[in-house]
Design a protein around this ligand. Structure first.
Ligand code: HAM
Length: 420
């Protein structure tokens, strides 16, 4: 193992690609910030118990993928595998739900950890931007979140994504379906592990990717036929609101999701250019999660979009984000005296709000101009001994190539003016 190698299943974000990640986080969170969602940040780790109870004892995430650790003080912690349980925990702890302002709308952005088998688009450390709307049962809230995710992806220029939508029923109708499903599944020809799954988490069997399993599921009872009237009406209203907003979706009754807390609305954003890890984001309603972690009844809904996979989706579609150059002015001093003087001009420019950089290390003109080019700066300032003797600096417009001598004392103001 080389010392300079990131751990298995992880990778570093370095310039210039890292700029795209920042832009994606910004694009996903912008519609949320404009829609009343406040920013929340929670610790990177929590008590194991929170995820065991929240995400579900029988899920792959909890049984196989959680990074757990025991602290020197004996606490059992886990690196967070997802954000929803943490955000709800934090909202309850801060009593946000008691401020008389429901729903509590929150957004977050951060790192998550799952001990998965690494492959393209599946990492052990990944980033999500997420949103949770806590404490209100209203189909318009489910619709709002789906519409905002769609808006975020469109603002990035993504087009080849699809929205899959389903309802998982509630605590009235889901148990009835679960039993009917178990009765059906127990009669099939399945391996030991899948048989165990029938008893603890039968809905996950529907999600089995193997063809021989799927073949046996042709006549499986459909959740749709078991939804109670309230769930049906709720789902129809969500569908109607999204449709009215002009957001296309596909009904997918096989969509069950990998976390146990979902009730009623569930959805996933999939991108067709990503191969097997096609889910770029997902979410749904979790009306029972608060009680599962010991809180009051707080019907809620949310989603998380994967930043890593969204960047892969952009690359798959060949979308180049229009990222403005971070540097507007690049200063190239020739000689000791010029270094001092131009460094002063750069400081002045920065204080005036102009993004400026400097050729450090006393490099020659050629190398420094290469750096100026690479920085994407619109203007370079060059000064040597003769310029300083005349009290000027050379201002070069990198787009037109035009160069003019500007009085040193006016250089910063002139640049600020030209850059608007
Ligand atoms: P999730 O579907 O497990 O949902 O994750 C959401 C997104 O995170 C995925 O669609 C994917 O883009 C990204 N993701 C998950 N695992 C990995 C991985 N190993 N490598 C790269 N990207 C990954 C949740 O986490 C729920 N908390 C979403 C939610 C919020 N539901 C309600 N509120």
């Amino acid at each position: 193992m080389s010392t300079f190698q990131a751990p298995k299943g992880t990778y570093d974000l370095t310039p210039p690609r890292s700029a795209t990640f920042l832009a994606v986080r910004e694009a996903i969170s912008a519609p949320l910030r404009d829609s009343g969602y406040g920013y929340i940040e929670t610790p990177g780790f929590e008590n194991v118990e929170l995820f065991a109870r929240g995400v579900g004892e029988s899920t792959d995430i909890v049984t196989k993928e959680m990074y757990t650790l025991t602290t020197k003080g004996g606490d059992q912690l886990a690196l967070r595998p997802e954000g929803t349980a943490s955000v709800l925990r934090a909202a309850l702890e801060a009593n946000l739900h008691k401020a008389g302002n429901l729903p509590v709308k929150l957004w977050y952005s951060g790192s998550y950890y799952r001990y998965e088998r690494p492959q393209a688009g599946r990492y052990r450390h990944f980033s999500q931007v997420g949103a949770e709307a806590i404490g209100t049962e209203d189909p318009a809230l489910d619709a709002e979140l789906i519409i905002l995710a769609d808006q975020a992806y469109r603002s990035l220029g993504l087009r080849q994504f699809r929205i899959l939508l389903n309802s998982l029923g509630d605590k009235e109708c889901r148990p009835v379906y679960r039993e009917a499903l178990q009765t059906f599944l127990r009669d099939l020809d399945l391996d030991e592990e899948t048989r165990r799954r029938i008893e603890i988490n039968p809905l996950r069997v529907l999600d089995d990717k193997r063809a021989d399993v799927q073949k046996q599921l042709t006549d499986v009872p459909k959740l749709r036929d078991y939804l109670c009237d309230a769930c049906k009406a709720y789902h129809e209203e969500v569908r109607a609101l999204i449709t009215a907003a002009g957001v296309a979706f596909e009904d997918d009754e096989k969509l069950v999701r990998g976390l146990d807390y979902y009730t009623r609305t569930t959805f996933e954003f999939v991108h067709d250019g990503l191969g097997s890890q096609s889910a770029v984001g997902g979410g749904g309603r979790y009306d029972g999660l608060s009680e599962m972690i010991g809180g009051p009844e707080l019907p809620s809904v949310g989603w998380a979009l994967g930043v890593d996979r969204t960047v892969l989706a952009l690359e798959a579609e060949g979308v180049e984000l229009d990222l403005p150059a971070t540097t507007s002015v690049y200063a190239v001093p020739l000689g000791e005296e010029a270094r001092r003087v131009l460094f002063g001009v750069v400081t002045e420019l920065r204080r005036a709000g102009v993004a400026a950089d400097f050729a450090f290390g006393g490099r020659g003109l050629k190398g420094a101009m290469k750096s100026a080019n690479r920085s994407g700066a619109r203007y370079t300032l060059v000064a040597g001994e003769r310029d300083l003797a005349e009290g000027v600096v050379q201002l070069k417009d990198m787009e037109s190539g035009e160069q003019t001598a500007v009085p040193l004392t006016e250089a910063a103001a002139e640049l600020a003016k030209r850059l608007g």
